[in-house]
Design a protein around this ligand. Structure first.
Ligand code: CP
Length: 508
């Protein structure tokens, strides 16, 4: 039986590859190898009672064959069982139940661990925040798929003589919209002298933030012209399918044409001595990998898929203690709901000396003035807030420098405060507003409300009620999708951003 000096997986969420280090990976590989060796030996039932009576919930808001089934196999082979849903039909999600409420119901039903796949970036981090028991990310939007990266890295480790230092990996297919590439390349970045080569059409290219992050972490990243160039430079080629479910603005035919130049075909592999990997599924219609490649010696993706079972068994084995259950508490810690997405501004004496705002604030004793709204958006916001006629006024004014596009809107109302939901709605309509709370004719409080700029982030979906949270790791990042924050509101100064960054929790 494997004895670990320190098991860093116990009771831990698995949300992002960035929460794990090199030693975590090596410990996981060791345990997965043990699972694989036992599975293939006479002794294959050695661990079959390890997670007896443990229950895994599979919450798949999006389709899956491998991830869901291999978690199912993993828990069953360890003596536990699973339940949950595969697609939202038949669940109360169709009745607009929020992620939080669904998670709490699985807590209330005494599950010991949850694995979740969801189309929104950062949704699984939110699930983990509200859950009493550990949550595993089975894929969140275009963001991450950490257990896929773990099994991919495990496969590369085995195929590369048990080392990832110095590995040279090629990436192809859809680097832009795929989450497996984001997770795998960050996992490889934990090792030394890693080189990543890639070739893809501009539409599918590696996202700039990911490329920057990899380079900052010491990975050599090189874009090459053709798959042949990549195959010449590496021992492993990791192909991915076009993420058609996340691609907007391109027809299937256009996607097919863009992909055509980069397909993996037997002709391209004539001189290749390494292995072709793929997280699967392969899109058999667009065929990013030619059917004939299945029958070639360089095909490595079927072994890779089976490794998913060993890695997920290892993960569940390491995450769950042999004894001890988490009891349902039925209460939520208010800290979970505490946002930190406001940049507070100093209020000038008398509260009336704020450029254009000075004129706007005048003549209101108590209420709100929303500033820095997009031109002509104030009326829409008034409708959204269901303000009654006469209870508000909308003003569009030119700002210093004047000219077209330099106008902005204000909304002035007798409302006394805005909820998080209302502020989010405003920010979605009109960009990040500056909110002035007016008391006794002066500005009593003034802040800019920040919103994650990633359109697919869970924090942007009003009905989910996810508090806006940011953290700092050298950059300001969204606490859920972890994308770097880029201010929409040009009125935020560099100094203000620096001070704000200094007030945020640290990570990394
Ligand atoms: N690789 C992977 O995540 O496959 P599924 O979508 O079938 O789970």
């Amino acid at each position: 039986m494997l004895i670990l000096m320190e098991n860093r997986f116990i009771d831990r969420d698995v949300i992002s590859i960035n929460d794990f280090n090199r030693d975590d990976f090596l410990a996981l590989f060791k345990c997965a190898e043990m699972m694989r060796d036992h599975e293939k030996s006479e002794n294959r039932h050695l661990f079959s009672g390890r997670l007896k009576r443990r229950r895994l919930a599979e919450l798949f808001y999006e389709p899956s064959t491998r991830t869901r089934t291999s978690f199912n196999t993993a828990i069953t082979e360890l003596g536990g069982c699973s339940d949950g849903f595969s697609g939202i039909e038949g669940t109360s999600v169709v009745k607009q139940e929020s992620i939080r409420d669904t998670i709490l119901m699985y807590n209330a039903n005494h599950f010991d661990v949850l694995v979740m796949r969801h189309p929104l970036d950062g949704s699984v981090q939110w699930a983990a925040d509200v859950s009493d028991v550990p949550v595993i990310n089975g894929g969140d939007g275009m963001n991450e798929h950490p257990t896929q990266a773990m099994l991919d890295a495990f496969t590369l480790h085995i195929l590369n003589d048990n080392r990832l230092d110095g590995i040279r990996v090629g990436l192809g297919g859809d680097l832009m919209h795929g989450r497996t590439i984001r997770s795998l390349s960050q996992a490889l970045a934990l090792f030394d002298n890693v080189s990543i080569f890639w070739a893809a059409d501009d539409f599918f290219k590696m996202p700039g933030d990911l490329e920057r992050l990899l380079i900052n972490r010491g990975v050599k990243v090189e874009r090459l012209d053709t798959p042949e160039d990549v195959l010449e430079n590496c021992g492993f080629y990791y192909m991915t399918r076009p993420q058609t479910e996340r691609i907007v603005g391109k027809s299937a035919q256009e996607v097919r044409e863009l992909l055509q130049r980069y397909r993996i075909t037997p002709e391209r592999l004539e001189r290749f001595k390494g292995k072709i990997l793929h997280p699967l599924p392969i899109n058999s219609q667009l065929a990013e990998i030619d059917n004939l490649v299945y029958y070639m010696g360089c095909q490595g993706f079927l072994e890779q898929a089976e490794n998913g079972i060993f890695v997920r068994k290892a993960l569940l084995y390491l995450m769950m203690p042999e004894e001890g259950y988490t009891l349902f508490r039925g209460v939520l810690n208010p800290e979970i709901n505490r946002s930190n997405n406001r940049i507070f501004r100093e209020v000038n004496e008398g509260g009336r000396k704020d450029g254009n705002g000075e004129k706007i604030v005048r003549n209101i004793e108590d209420g709100l003035v929303l500033d820095h709204l997009k031109p002509a958006s104030a009326e829409e916001i008034a409708r959204e807030l269901m303000l009654v006629e006469g209870g508000y006024s909308c003003i569009t004014a030119s700002v210093a420098g004047g000219g077209e596009g330099k106008a902005k809107s204000f909304l002035k109302t007798n409302l006394h405060g805005l909820s998080e939901r209302e502020l989010k709605r405003i920010a979605l309509i009109s960009g990040e507003p500056t909110v002035n709370l007016i008391r006794n004719g002066g500005v009593a409080e003034k802040f800019v409300y920040l919103l994650c700029g990633n359109d697919n982030c869970v924090t942007r979906v009003v009905k989910e009620d996810v508090p806006g949270k940011f953290y700092y790791d050298g950059e300001i990042r969204c606490g859920y999708c972890r994308r770097p924050y880029a201010p929409e509101n040009r009125k935020i100064s560099g100094g203000e951003l620096n001070r704000y960054a200094g007030s945020l929790p640290r990570r990394g």
